[in-house]
Design a protein around this ligand. Sequence first.
Ligand code: GUN
Ligand code: ZN
Length: 439
Amino acid sequence: MTIYRATVLDTPVDERAVWERPDVLRVESDAAIVVRDGRVAERGPWTDIRARRPREDVVDLREGVLLPGFVDAHAHAAQVHVLGRPGMPLPQWLEECALPEEERHVDVRAAHAAAHDAVATMLAAGTTTALVFGSHLAAATEAFLDAAVAGGLRVTAGPTLADRGVPPTLRVTPAQALAEGRDLLGRRHGRDGVRYAVVPRFAPACTDDMLAVCAELQGLAPGVWTTTHVNEAPDEIAQVRELFPGDPHYVGVYDRHGLVHERSVFAHSVHPGRAELDVLAARGARVAHCPTSNVRLGSGLFPLRRHLDAGVRAALGSDIGAGAGLGLLAEAREAAAVQQLSSDDGVTLTPARLLWLATRAGALALGEEEVGDLSVGRSFDAVWVRPAEGSLLARLLAHADDATDALGRVVTLAGAADIAGVWTRGARVVPTCAEPPGR
Ligand code: GUN
Ligand code: ZN
């Protein structure tokens, strides 16, 4: 048993509360969190808890703030090495950056190196749970699952599936996807904190036969998640219209195959029609808003207000590697900027709402009951933001007006260097991550 002493900020509320009230931040200034068997066993004022537990080990995290681990609702395991390339429109970026890199993963050494870097990058940025597109190749996806388990990252992931519209090395037949998916799911789903996700890359890269296989795979076990891209860029949407002329719209393609439901997450949704939002809402599906990616690829401004008005729930995704790749704090500040640019329609994203989007929203989107805030009973998955001594952020935090102001400064200014510790299931995973192997 260990007691963590810290200023703890979290947002233990559901969608209704966060959009009805701008300030849903729970603040405990000198709190004690008692962790037993990886879980928050008790929490409360330090003086009360210490009086009852005078002999337990204490980890002093009083400098800075302790936040719940971040939940990334959309990332690509095989794209970490394209991070930082210049922004360009989606079709060009896929052709010139993403797909050539993903083809390199036929070499299992490249897959291992990328898997390790992806896990280390996410953890170092404070991401403790993620919904991840694996490599197209099952063996390379498995390298990522292994790296995630070794590093302590909670993942829901599966091989990315495509049977057209990508280079031949990345294609699998629907029959192969079914056989390999069944095998991987049978061996890994529900073990070591790994859950399986069915991941059609996007409708332009999947025939109806492949989407039918996806439907079959998602029914193989309880708790299997489904994720893909939708309505990201105008060219992609036009392509879907041509390839699926019988469907009313893009979301309708997935819906016809039964892929839109409470356990599915659709990345981007930058250009949805009202009928598409109604389908997403009626089925209880969620979207992953990936603001740095949308800005870098020039995809557009995410219409959060229209999603909320239609009853569609959103979380945040880094979209590594089209995004900026710096984790959920970077996504949160970009999300706020995008809403500012959305003129009359923008939703005010207060620091509390941004923290909620980076934590609890993702937990809800992934159906992860154990994470999302630091309430009693949850797993101790936490991020300690402690800016370097003498840094500007440290001085700003020391003179913050209140906890909301401090959180706003952290969201806007903190980088990976300010993340001094990360825990999952009560075990410290940063800075203990092993050095990555050479590329
Ligand atoms: N659509 C299909 N594949 C991808 C991808 O890898 N990244 C993004 N941002 N959009 C996609
Ligand atoms: Zn993506």
